[in-house]
Design a protein around this ligand. Structure first.
Ligand code: F6P
Length: 305
């Protein structure tokens, strides 16, 4: 997200705009935690994870009162348009403000990659890289001790992190909420793999399915697979961003400023193939299901054993 903030600040100032940073998201907006930003405020930022503007959950923004407080602050600081970086919740806030007649543009930023209208969100690639680094390390123990590891990854209700990291770490099984699982089949495959001489079994489990510990308990009712559960947790959300995330975030930030200055509002950005695209925020939020690239699931199923 920092790369997006840097691109927004620099592009907007070079184009002759004044830029204000809002700390702690919509909560900071409603409370007036706002300050003017300069070119130098965003120096030395590209390699830093997280967000220099901090963030907060602020459910009050779903209510009219929270939104009205925000509008009052925007007027007070003479701010005439807003770029919002975040996931679904942030986009709902941006949509509400645009419905109040306030120009907004949304940039998709979440490790979950669960926003319709874009192939990728900021943070997803970095989170996947963190996961595969961890899995590569866990595999050493799995192989040496001939164990079955169940590795729980984040993603909220989406299976994207599990799917991409399952493929890229060569996991024997990937379990995602969009598909579910058949424990009989899993047990059969583990046994067949062991009989073929497989030294390790790695199961990547999306948190949206169930916890790794619960899954391990279920698996253990079928026999002793020498299993261990590992929850990677919040390490997936930090650290220096990947080159791909830095480039994506920079492209989003740059384009968001251009679109606002061209008079667009109530839109959110995305990437489709190599193109930065944009669509109506309400339309994107109304799309019911987020579907990961199911082709990956099939490929993994075919080649992982
Ligand atoms: O949406 C990003 C995410 O990291 C999810 O993958 C995860 O379920 C959730 O946030 C964790 O939220 P918190 O940090 O509030 O526990």
């Amino acid at each position: 997200m920092n790369a997006a903030i840097r691109a927004v600040v620099r592009k907007a100032i070079y184009d002759g705009n004044e830029v204000y940073g809002i700390r702690y998201g919509f909560r900071g907006l409603a409370e007036g935690d706002i300050y003017q930003m300069g070119i130098d405020d965003v120096g030395n930022l590209l390699s830093r994870g997280g967000t220099m503007l901090y963030t907060a959950r602020y459910p009050e923004f779903a209510e009219k009162e929270g939104q009205e407080k925000a509008i009052a602050q925007l007027k007070k600081f003479k701010i005439d348009s807003l770029i919002v970086i975040g996931g679904d919740g942030s986009f709902m806030g941006a949509k509400a403000l645009s419905e109040h007649g306030f120009p907004t543009v949304g940039i998709p930023g979440t490790i979950d990659n669960d926003i319709a209208g874009t192939d990728f969100t900021i943070g997803f690639d970095t989170a996947c890289n963190t996961v595969i680094e961890a899995v590569d390390k866990i595999r050493d123990t799995a192989t040496s001790h001939e164990r079955t590891f169940i590795i729980e990854v984040m993603g909220r209700n989406a299976g994207d992190i599990a799917l991409w990291t399952g493929i890229s770490s060569g996991a024997e099984k990937v379990i995602i909420p969009e598909i579910g699982f058949d424990m009989d089949q899993i047990v059969e495959d583990i046994k067949a793999g062991r009989e073929r001489g497989k030294k390790h079994i790695i199961i990547i489990l999306a948190e949206g399915v169930m916890s790794a510990n619960k899954f391990m308990d279920k698996l253990s009712t079928y026999g002793n697979f020498h299993s261990r559960a590992t929850v990677l947790g919040h390490m997936q959300r930090g650290g220096a961003p990947s080159a791909r995330d830095r480039v994506l975030a920079t492209m989003f930030g740059f384009r968001a400023v251009e679109l606002l200055n061209q008079g667009h509002s109530g839109i959110c950005l995305g990437i489709r193939g190599n193109d930065i695209v944009y669509g109506d925020i309400s339309e994107v939020l109304n799309r019911e299901t987020h579907t990961p690239l199911m082709e990956l699931y099939e490929i993994n199923g075919d080649i992982s054993y």
